[in-house]
Design a protein around this ligand. Structure first.
Ligand code: NAP
Length: 341
């Protein structure tokens, strides 16, 4: 089920927001986390994205410690008007300590991070600027306040948050309108349905589900996960991808495979169709951002926007998330779950 016809469009954050394809593109894996990348194939995948109408391109300053933004620069130079570029700040890394991570939300850090991202991307304005992680020690009045100042200066167009709870989204939205909330949401990860999804729907904030393919697990490509992952792939440290958990989680894919066969589709397409339809149950606008480095997969994923699951199929998929073994991160302190009431 592959098609290169252009996908539908939607406005981020309601009537005044930018118009983007109903599915976006996650660029992270091009530079880090998922093993070796063939850069020519990745460039071709970006071209395939635009051909399919996949126009929301997602990166972050930490992906490859700036390398992902630099990789995108020539693509942006060639296609600036066709792309809505999203990047993120807040996770500090250190060149001399690969394991070091700190969450930074202070205004001076935000300003410097934005200026560094603009320089690496080679653009004048970031279309959508996300706070990648929240530091609860810094009030939103300060952090979102600093982001709003970047909007006033023309360095940023729209604001987003990542991994915040519903109450946090409401609080931030009162400081400055939030256009998009990006958090993990898939057949395997549904903790956002506790409070964030409802708040986003109510406020008219677009939800951008990240890792909608469960970091590849939902495609069925990692049935034997622990053995398939090479040295540079961080999924070998992910609780869901390793040991007994991987075996148990692989067995959860049986209904996904069965439903895929009934549609003449792939498991990846069923996973993407699920998140799109689950959002509409909540009256929510959603733009999932699957990541891939292959043109054929980009086309396959984009074609999923045309797959519609029946009520019976949705019911069959409903129990899966509750049965998943292992957390979605090795260290859950950096997610919103820890701050859910
Ligand atoms: N805000 C945050 O904290 C956060 C966290 C994680 C990710 N993100 C964003 O979300 C984006 C997507 O998430 P993700 O990359 O973690 O996970 P994902 O989209 O769920 O899965 C990506 C993995 O699936 C594979 N894949 C993609 N399409 C496929 C298909 N049709 N068939 C088989 N395999 C397929 C990719 O391999 P190939 O590349 O080899 O095709 C890659 O290994 C990232 O790129 C990043 O921009 C944000």
């Amino acid at each position: 089920m592959t098609s290169v016809s252009r996908i539908d469009t939607v406005r981020l954050g309601g009537q005044d927001g930018p118009e983007v394809g109903v599915q976006g593109f996650g660029a992270m894996g091009i530079s880090e986390f998922y093993g070796e990348t063939d850069e020519a194939a990745a460039r071709d995948t970006l071209d395939a994205a635009l051909e399919a109408g996949v126009t929301l391109i997602d990166t972050a300053d930490i992906y490859g410690s700036g390398a992902n933004e630099e990789f995108l620069a020539p693509f942006l130079a060639a296609h600036r008007d066709e792309v809505t570029l999203a990047t993120k700040f807040a996770i500090e890394r250190r060149a001399d300590d690969p394991a070091y991570r700190a969450v930074r939300n202070d205004p001076a850090y935000i300003r410097k991070a934005a200026e560094d991202s603009l320089r690496r991307l080679g653009i004048e304005t970031i279309d959508l600027y996300y706070m990648h992680r929240r530091d609860p020690g810094i009030p939103f009045a300060e952090s979102v306040g600093a982001m709003a100042e970047l909007v006033r200066e023309g360095k940023v167009r729209y604001l987003g948050l990542s991994e915040v709870t519903g109450p946090e989204l409401r609080e931030a939205h009162a400081v400055h309108p939030i256009t998009a909330l990006q958090s993990e949401w898939s057949l395997f990860s549904r903790d956002v349905e506790r409070s964030a999804v409802g708040a986003a729907a109510e406020l008219g904030v677009t939800f951008v589900p990240y890792s909608p393919l469960g970091r590849g697990f939902l495609t069925g490509a990692f049935a034997d996960a622990a053995k398939d992952l090479s040295g540079g792939d961080f999924r070998q440290y992910q609780p869901r991808f390793t040991g007994e958990n991987a075996e148990r989680n692989a067995a959860l894919l049986d209904p996904v495979r069965k439903i895929a066969a009934a549609h003449g589709a792939t498991p990846a397409q069923i996973a993407l169709a699920w998140v799109q339809q689950r959002a509409s149950v909540h009256g929510l606008t959603v733009v999932p951002i699957p990541g891939t480095r292959k043109r054929s997969r980009l086309e396959e994923n984009a074609a999923a926007t045309r797959v519609t699951l029946t009520a019976a199929e949705l019911a069959e998929l409903e129990p899966i998330a509750g049965l998943v073994a292992g957390d979605r991160y090795p260290d859950m302190r950096f997610t919103s779950v820890e701050r859910e009431a």
